[in-house]
Design a protein around this ligand. Structure first.
Ligand SMILES: [Ca+2]
Ligand SMILES: [Ca+2]
Length: 280
């Protein structure tokens, strides 16, 4: 789907995950449709434009830390990728079967020492109770954000900020299907991006919201944007992220893209690719 064959537009793909390894992804068909259409349009129109795809799936562009001071800086939009460490990718577990393991990550320290159980095995349940994640990327001057979507869920809590602005927080408890499996939230972040440096930051925690309880019967109480939260080892922990942003160089080319997208939809007998709804 991400192939750049047979079109003249230059396409930069960051932190690419081969489809053969990636497996099925949740709820990104609309975004992938847009990518395919843009690439096809490049071929149809002979456009010389540079299209850039920033891949937000877990990989080398993500950094993580358990240092709250560093995490707070990332939350403010001040990202320095010399801080923190590489994320542990493929951080799955035996109980979460609906998410592609490639979309799951956590902070495991150097050599994954923080996530190993007494037998030295990474089970997905022994990581730190809180971790911060950051992803910095640069949008060229004059580029236009055609689409930018994140599909996110965390076990058990996440708070997403983009360029220092609070975008969404949620718990796994509030987003499961009838089988108890996680249902990621699709978040349209296009309006939060701008030319220049951009920062995605997430805080993720294992535990549960304190709710109406008088105290945290287990673990420690910390503040969160959703209210007091009890951090404790509540079985598995992970942050699942998938998605991408697509930029094109100049708004003046958009009329061509829009017209050709409609043509593609007609030619293929399908509706043109639609945006992904923003969760409430
Ligand atoms: Ca745990
Ligand atoms: Ca948990």
């Amino acid at each position: 789907m991400w192939s750049s064959r047979s079109h003249s537009a230059r396409v930069a793909v960051f932190d690419r995950v081969p489809r053969s390894q990636a497996g099925p992804r949740p709820s990104l068909h609309g975004l992938r449709g847009v990518v395919a259409a843009v690439l096809a349009v490049g071929g149809l129109a002979g456009a010389q434009a540079s299209t850039t795809v920033f891949n937000f799936d877990p990989g080398t562009n993500w950094r993580t830390t358990t240092d709250r001071l560093v995490g707070q800086q990332w939350a403010l939009g001040n990202f320095d990728r010399s801080e923190g460490i590489a994320v542990q990718t493929g951080y799955g577990n035996a109980g979460t079967t609906s998410l592609p393991v490639e979309s799951m990550m956590w902070n495991c320290g150097e050599g994954a020492a923080l996530c190993r159980n007494a037998e030295g095995v990474i089970t997905g349940g022994d990581g730190p109770l809180e971790a911060f994640f950051g992803y910095g990327f640069h949008i060229e001057d004059g580029a236009h954000v055609l689409a930018a979507v994140l599909s996110v869920i965390a076990d058990d809590f996440f708070h997403l900020r983009v360029n220092g602005i609070s975008v969404m927080a949620a718990t796994l408890d509030g987003h499961t299907d009838g089988d108890g499996q996680p249902v990621p939230l699709n978040i349209d972040i296009a309006s939060y991006l701008h030319a220049g440096d951009n920062v995605l930051s997430l805080r993720a925690m294992d535990g549960a919201l304190k709710g109406t309880a008088a105290t945290c019967s287990r673990g420690v109480e910390v503040s969160s944007v959703l209210g007091p939260f009890c951090q404790y080892d509540r079985a598995y922990e992970y942050l699942s992220v998938a998605g991408a942003a697509i930029t094109v160089p100049a708004p003046s080319t958009l009329w061509l893209l829009a017209g050709s997208l409609g043509l593609l939809g007609w030619r293929s007998g399908r509706k043109p690719a639609r945006g992904v709804a923003t969760a409430a």
